[in-house]
Design a protein around this ligand. Structure first.
Ligand code: GDP
Ligand code: MG
Length: 177
């Protein structure tokens, strides 16, 4: 029963992008199933996962797309971005390079996606604070300049994961409804 009879008011497609190994798949696993794995291969091949939730007494189905490893070859296709109304732009706060690549990912995203897409910049792995390579202020500055939301998260500790996805989904809802 359950899902079968549930009336869905909105379906929002949200895409995850960013370099390989920043934690995109684990952020999705944490949000959709409240799971986490230290073995990154565990989730390869997953196309998208859904989570149905309530916003403002409406039933919203979040359809979150994962790259299934294609980002390694920068072969994320336009089909991936098609119809997306939200995007999570993820870097690893312990890997400066993954943050430096955000501008390129953003450019690719803006080249493919709807111009009203809601974008959240995410600095993941904040549980590894002692290995931090990206100051919060650098990311905040970039986010402000590019007009993005910004949060630091930990998929491992479940810090800000729900909050990051819900912020994006609520913003999409406010634009859509
Ligand atoms: P993806 O390639 O961007 O999808 O990255 P994965 O989700 O596969 O994660 C890559 C590696 O980072 C895996 O070993 C994960 O267990 C690990 N990882 C992901 N998120 C976190 C996090 O928040 N904290 C820590 N310490 N490790 C993480
Ligand atoms: Mg992955």
């Amino acid at each position: 029963h359950g899902d079968f009879n549930q009336k869905i008011d909105y379906v929002f497609k949200v895409v995850l992008i960013g370099d390989s190994a920043v934690g995109k798949s684990q952020l999705l696993a944490r949000f959709a199933r409240n799971e986490f794995s230290l073995d990154s291969k565990a989730t390869i091949g997953v196309e998208f996962q859904t989570k149905t939730l309530a916003i403002d007494h409406k039933t919203v189905k979040a359809q979150i797309w994962d790259t299934a490893g294609q980002e390694r070859y920068r072969a994320v296709t336009s089909a991936y971005y098609r119809g997306a109304v939200g995007a999570m732009l993820v870097y690893d706060m312990t890997k400066r390079q993954s943050f430096d690549h955000m501008a390129r990912w953003l450019e690719e995203l803006r080249g493919h996606a709807d111009k009203n897409i809601v974008i959240m910049l995410i600095g993941n792995k904040c549980d590894l604070g002692s290995l931090r390579a990206v100051p919060t202020e650098d990311a905040q500055e970039f986010a402000e300049r590019e007009n993005l939301c910004f949060m630091e998260t930990s998929a491992l500790q479940a810090t800000n994961v729900e909050s990051a996805f819900m912020t994006v989904l609520k913003e999409i809802y406010h634009i859509t409804s």
